[in-house]
Design a protein around this ligand. Structure first.
Ligand SMILES: [Zn+2]
Length: 266
């Protein structure tokens, strides 16, 4: 539960940041077929970074600037994602990226991509002290009216861009462990952009939430691919160069996500 988790994380000093993510259930494993297996990478082999594209990393539990260890390729992909997100969403450049961590010492299980420095728990983007977009569902879900709509819209536009750049993305819909951050890793998608799998609960959940909250096409958020969801993605792609529905191929899936990421204003 978020409260328990926050209490736990609240114990963490900055240096502990990478370790606490270890307790995050649901940041490992998968909900579909065979895929590359996570592994452990020694921290000695991973560079520490205190910023992403000049935006300082801040450890959310203690709100202190903190450095985190990353796999080199994954860190590069995070930077590429951030630039693309800012362009698509029209969001001004953040000066802080808030997080619950990246690498952790996963021994002996080594069953999470965090253990390889190829996962990141994103909580907020902040500019001049103002939260631009928040993955703290535990906070913004208590808001009402236009304030709720604002934060929910920005959350799902952000999630759309993350789903474009990373195939394994866990939002607040996945489970309560993700009520205060969005988990992303490149375990499945490697150095490429993501592909869509109708059997992926986390991807289908996101599609259904994006349709409901960004496209005013409410569909039941079940995580199960169905005709109603498929047809609604066709409405979004209608009139685009690719057309079709998102299960037709990578171009369709990615066009849907790019278009969705631009809809960050309620
Ligand atoms: Zn995670």
């Amino acid at each position: 539960m978020p409260v328990t988790r926050r209490a736990l994380l609240g114990l963490g000093a900055g240096g502990l940041a990478a370790t606490v993510a270890a307790g995050v259930a649901g940041c490992s494993g998968s909900d579909r077929g065979p895929e590359p297996e996570p592994y452990c990478t020694s921290q000695l082999k991973l560079a520490r970074h205190n910023s992403l594209k000049n935006a300082t990393f801040v450890y959310d539990p203690d709100q202190q600037p903190t450095s985190f260890r990353f796999d080199r390729g994954f860190y590069g992909q995070l930077g590429t994602w951030l630039e693309d997100y800012l362009t698509l969403s029209g969001t001004s450049r953040p000066d802080q990226v808030w997080t619950y961590g990246s690498w952790l010492d996963g021994h002996p299980q080594c069953d999470s991509w965090h253990d390889a420095g190829r996962a990141f728990d994103l909580s907020r983007l902040v500019s001049e002290g103002a939260v631009q977009v928040s993955c703290r569902y535990d906070i913004w879900s208590t808001y009402t009216g236009t304030r709720l709509t604002h934060f929910r819209t920005r959350y799902w536009a952000l999630a759309a861009s993350l789903h474009l750049h990373f195939e394994y993305v866990l939002t607040h819909l996945y489970n309560a462990d993700h009520h205060n951050h969005i988990h992303i890793d490149n375990g499945r998608s490697g150095s490429g952009l993501s592909s869509f799998d109708t059997d992926s609960v986390s991807q289908v959940q996101a599609v259904q939430a994006i349709l409901t909250h960004l496209w005013q096409t409410p569909v039941p958020i079940t995580g199960q691919w169905n005709r109603q969801t498929k047809n609604a993605t066709g409405d979004v792609l209608d009139g685009t160069e690719v057309g079709g529905t998102i299960d037709d191929g990578d171009d369709h899936w990615r066009t849907f996500l790019r278009r969705s990421a631009t809809r960050s204003k309620p």
